[in-house]
Design a protein around this ligand. Sequence first.
Ligand SMILES: [Zn+2]
Length: 284
Amino acid sequence: MANQAQITFPFMRVHAPRASSAKALALPERPLTRRSAVRVPEGPDQASLPFARATPRLFVHEGARQLLEKRLASLIGDNVSLSVTDNRRTMISSNRRGSTLEVRLHHMFLDADVFTVRALARYVKDGDRAASVLVGRFIEAHRQRIAPSGTRQVTLRTAGEHHDLGAIFERLNAQYFGGIVDARATWGRRRSGRRSRATIKLGTYCAEQKLIRIHPSLDRKWVPRYFVAYVMYHEMLHHVVPMPVVDGRRQFHSEEYRERERAFADYERAIRWEKRVVHRLLRG
Ligand SMILES: [Zn+2]
């Protein structure tokens, strides 16, 4: 179930460059290449908006920036200097310079709701864990506002007709992984036309994308939830267990892997179920 290796989660903490006191909330995908300022396409729709010109073809919504800067300053209780970015990777970073807290935020935060702004303030102020979860959710929900990186964008589909992969993923992540699995999961695409097949990959993990795909044939009423959870668990393990190379071959299911796989509470039950019904799954 794992030759592709992988997912990308929307955010993680990274060390900001050049300052040990700085912290940042970042997308793990690509190195950051651009700095500061919102790009707004020129056109009649934007003409009436109060954008201040910074440099040619580089615009910042100055009114919104100042407003957010003021709100953050009052919530944090500190001097705040806010820069707005169009980063693809680093969504939030902050750095103290003298008596001023320099904060850089992706432009998606310019029109964030009051709860998100409060969480943002708590996060920037003291790295509050619960706040970072809220802010992370906001980032994930506004992911489409992040400039495309040129890599293929994956549309995640977690809600199935019968099984909710998001809920299954979250539960497993909490129960078995201490919440550290920063991969994403989605139902795979349904092929048009049903046909029998000789084998079926119930799940795949792509390490490059940090993406788990679960075969849509499992989104059925007669497929027990513990089985879908087992397939998900299997792929999540690929995300966390190293894949050693032995005699020139990568070991996807190493000793360590197998041992951890058996720690899944419904392991035996899931294996038995799979043996019994695999022919039904193969029928598509
Ligand atoms: Zn596998």
